[in-house]
Design a binder for this molecule. Structure first.
Ligand code: NAD
Length: 477
């Protein structure tokens, strides 16, 4: 098999490869991807540093053209790249193609942003002096991404980094190098100068750590687990570098007595189980008031019976496999923990056999859970959801906010009063009314609070906050 190599200083390099395995069928080897060493990372950072002065002053039409060309190619290849994504991550083909389309939209959006860069001209407090406020690129940006959105998350970090004139060293997650390699290849062929974008694939402990340890990385944008995020933060403070963290969630969805039952059930099923529950915005805590509780559980378990778990590329599949054996063990360990803690296993909980060897797990529902149980407090990151019964809206809101995390929160209600109150009082970065907690737009800010996020928001115009630094210049007229 040919090796998909790393891109360092405009050259494809590396011979030592690791296999990318399909979680729907572990006999299917998608490709072999080079593993960078700490020394490769140093060279990539040096190349990005050398490329920065010219790229940071490059014309906006050059940047626009490269980002637009990239968007167009990704979109034209959405079927092929969506298939690659579903093969390496295990989400369904429809979700894979949807995510690839999203990546194209993000590159298209930031292509447009290159033409809208602006500053402010403000009168000084001192007569005869002018004040200009401008945004400048940071320098070398380190990008570290997780496995669960193999193309969208790299896109929403790489596109703004390049748009605002930064150079990049990009380290994708070990489990999903395929889509990352593909977008780097597209950007490279679209005309990026040597060293502006470097790809270093390999383990976090080697490749990621070498990025954290470098004094020449001016900013790190990270998405992944809270544990790794803390390491990124500590190392970045050590180097006095800007950093941005998007991390875990334990997102609540409140269902009130007055909810439209079918809307609530669909939002809960989507939030909890689609993408195999492997979304940072997935809802794994359903907080349900007592008047609708039994009806809701009966309808949700009925809905769960219709969910087909199977090979990600089969058209009848609603939920693909868990991403790998380690994540599968984490999910089944938490199912055991839930049973031991005294929650009632109302549906699922079993591993499934399919025609091909893969990591298949039934969607799983616990009822009679409390908010103090570990299954309600810790991120499981699988298709495992617990239902907590509450008396009324006030108790539901308090419980929704009683979590170390704060990424997304949802409410199902037909009451304008409760919907409005929840939007104002939820302690999450994103609030959804009668919608799944997952599923966001590409042109508006994304991010959370508390242990879910640190630093400024990603996506849309708000991305400029991280990827630029503000300069205030005074001129005697
Ligand atoms: P992870 O923390 O294990 O890995 C994330 C990335 O960090 C990977 O590229 C990994 O190789 C790298 N890494 C690991 N150790 C490192 C080190 N010592 N130094 C530098 N880099 C290192 O997370 P994961 O398992 O890939 O992803 C799942 C997590 O991501 C979940 O917690 C999920 O909630 C979170 N997530 C959050 C968001 C969000 O926007 N809030 C979005 C998607 C996923």
């Amino acid at each position: 098999m040919t090796i998909h190599q790393n891109l360092i200083a405009g050259e494809w390099v590396g011979s030592n490869g690791s296999e990318n395995v399909n979680p729907s069928d572990t006999n299917d080897i998608i490709g072999v991807y080079a593993q960078a060493t700490a020394d490769d990372v140093k060279q990539a950072i040096a190349a990005a540093k050398a490329a920065f002065p010219a790229w940071s002053r490059s014309g906006i039409l050059e940047r626009h053209a490269i980002l637009k060309k990239t968007a167009d190619e990704i979109l034209a290849r959405k079927q092929e790249l969506g298939t690659l994504l579903s093969r390496e991550e295990g989400k369904t083909l429809a979700e894979g193609i949807g995510e690839v389309t999203r990546a194209a939209q993000i590159f298209d959006f930031f292509a447009g942003e290159t033409l809208r860069l602006a500053g402010e001209v403000i009168p000084s407090a001192r007569p005869g002096i002018g004040v200009e406020i401008t945004r400048e690129p940071l320098g070398v940006i380190g990008i570290i991404t997780p496995w669960n959105f193999p193309i969208a998350i790299p896109a929403w970090k790489i596109a703004p980094a390049l748009c605002y004139g930064n150079t990049v060293v990009f380290k994708p997650a070990e489990l999903v190098p395929g889509c990352s390699w593909a977008i780097v290849d597209i950007l490279h062929r679209a005309g990026l100068p040597k060293g502006v974008l470097n790809l270093v694939m390999g383990p976090g402990s080697v490749v990621g750590q070498a990025m954290l340890d470098s004094p020449d990385v001016a900013g790190i944008t990270f998405t992944g687990s809270t544990g790794t995020g803390k390491r990124v933060a500590a190392a970045s403070i050590e180097h006095n570098r800007k950093f941005q963290l998007e991390m875990g969630g334990k997102n609540p969805m409140v269902v009130l007595d007055d909810a439209d039952l079918s809307v609530a059930v669909e939002a809960a099923a989507n939030s909890g189980f689609f993408s195999t529950g492997q979304r940072c915005t997935a809802s794994s805590r359903l907080i349900v008031t007592e008047g609708i509780h039994d009806k809701f559980i009966a309808a949700l378990t009925e809905r769960m019976k219709s969910i087909q778990v199977g090979h990600a590329l089969k058209p009848e599949t609603h939920i693909g496999p868990v991403v790998d054996v380690r994540q599968l063990k984490q999910d089944t360990d938490y199912i055991e923990i839930g049973v031991k803690e005294g929650a009632k296993l109302a549906f699922g909980g079993e591993r499934l056999e399919r025609d091909t060897p893969g990591f298949y797990l039934q969607p799983t529902l616990f009822t009679e859970a409390t908010n103090q149980m570990r299954i309600s407090r810790e991120e499981i990151f699988g298709p495992v959801v617990s239902v907590i019964r509450v008396k009324d809206y006030d108790e539901a809101l308090a419980m929704a906010n009683d979590t170390p995390f704060g990424l997304s929160a949802g409410i199902a209600t037909t009451s304008l009063k409760y919907a409005t109150h929840f939007k104002r009082n939820s302690e999450a970065g994103m609030v959804m009314v009668n919608l799944p907690t997952a599923g966001v737009d590409f042109h508006v800010p994304f991010g959370g609070r508390k242990a879910s996020s640190y630093g400024s928001r990603e996506q849309g115009k708000y991305a400029a906050e991280f990827f630029t630094v503000v300069k205030t210049a005074y001129t005697l007229a």
